[in-house]
Design a protein around this ligand. Structure first.
Ligand code: NDP
Length: 341
């Protein structure tokens, strides 16, 4: 449950969440489905749902004292829905942070476990919303052209979307893929496990110099997950006619600013003088491309062309722990919470 809201301009803390026992009514109404939760997702957008004003019309705030919800995957235990039967694997964006849920069937999507080679948590990551965000972000806003010798920089590169975006950029024909993230260990994973060309730890040393060294011909495409000073630095090294994929701005989510947060005058001038596009990207605006996107992601994952990294936390009582940790960079790859076997 949401137990409290973070202090103004502050990180979420464990005390913002609490666990309570309740009993679900055993009687299902027409169309209702009883599901057992297998995995739950914690995502950066949830930070906005902790505020009374989420600053986004597609996001409703979580209410104090009420159960939080988000992405989940589970198995049907009983159903009064025509299409869903006991044993089906299903997912929803409206999954309550509960070990069992009674959900209306129309809010559930049935999953073929073969799509994820049996790794059901991937439904919340590489073959789910973060995967689509990386894939459609690159395809719709990246202007990647094979053979054009492009360099792409990705911030938040060791996270769910970033780790996939870099691999997709490479598959789509980027010559160099450079990641920016918060620890040396993450940098190492990007290069040695995921095939990034190089990686920069933004918490150590001079990012500007490190980027200049790994992108000697400048930056053509920037997949921006974080915003703030990191993005100012990347944009200052972009080539004319480049493209920023404005995916997210996590460095600003604990601040009381609108989305997208305003840019510094310098960065704005940089974009303008170099004719760099920076269009807002929203995965939910491409619903018609989701099915095809999931098929492509599934294929890449199954053939091993995309490697999936996950950080798994156990137990419903640790939802708050996992969320706060993810917001502070505790995850490598997708942060998942395993609820039951
Ligand atoms: P991640 O798995 O990337 O987790 C968040 C990561 O952000 C952390 O691991 C941390 O890594 C990094 N981070 C946290 N604070 C800061 C900071 N102040 N400066 C720099 N990095 C920070 O989350 P997702 O992949 O789910 O989301 C990534 C971004 O994509 C978010 O901005 C999110 O809002 C956005 N998004 C956008 C969507 C869209 O439709 N446009 C859809 C889904 C996500 P580190 O150790 O590197 O600091």
């Amino acid at each position: 449950l949401l137990n409290g809201t973070p202090r103004k301009n502050s990180h979420p803390v464990l005390d913002n969440f609490r666990v309570e026992k309740t009993t679900l009514s055993p009687d299902l109404k027409e169309d209702e489905v009883l599901v057992k939760t297998l995995f739950l997702s914690v995502d950066p957008y949830m930070r906005c749902r902790m505020n009374d004003d989420t600053a986004a019309d597609y996001l409703l705030p979580w209410r104090l004292g009420e159960c939080a919800d988000g992405g989940g995957v589970g198995v049907v235990e009983a159903s009064r829905n025509e299409v869903l039967a006991t044993g089906d694997i299903v997912t929803s964006f409206n999954w309550h942070w509960q070990t069992r849920n009674v959900i209306n069937g129309y809010l559930l999507r049935k999953i073929d476990p073969r799509m994820v080679d049996g790794h059901l948590s991937y439904v919340l990551g590489a073959v789910g919303m973060p995967g689509l965000t990386a894939f459609l972000g690159v395809r719709e806003k990246g202007h990647v052209t094979p053979g054009a010798n492009q360099t792409m920089v990705i911030s938040g590169a060791a996270g769910a979307c970033g780790s996939l975006a870099g691999q997709i950029a490479r598959l789509d024909g980027c010559e160099k893929v450079i990641g920016i993230c918060g620890t040396d260990k993450k940098c190492q994973a990007l290069v040695s496990e995921l095939g990034f060309t190089a990686a920069v730890n933004y918490k150590k040393g001079d990012i500007s110099a490190a980027l200049r060294e790994s992108c000697p011909r400048g930056v053509d495409v920037y997949f921006d997950n974080v915003g703030g000073p990191i993005s100012d630095t990347v944009i200052s090294q972009m080539n004319s006619g480049g493209h920023v994929i404005l995916c997210g701005q996590i460095s600003q989510y604990n601040k009381d600013v609108p989305y997208p947060p305003p840019l510094s005058k310098e960065t704005q001038e940089d974009l303008c003088s170099k004719n760099i596009t920076r269009e807002r990207f929203m995965v939910l605006n491409y619903m018609d491309k989701h099915e095809e996107g999931l098929l492509q992601l599934s294929q890449w994952v199954k053939t091993g062309q995309i490697k999936v990294l996950e950080t798994v936390t156990n137990g419903i009582e640790n939802m708050g722990v996992a969320f706060c940790s993810m917001m502070m960079g505790g995850n490598t790859g997708k942060q998942i919470v395993k609820i039951s076997d």
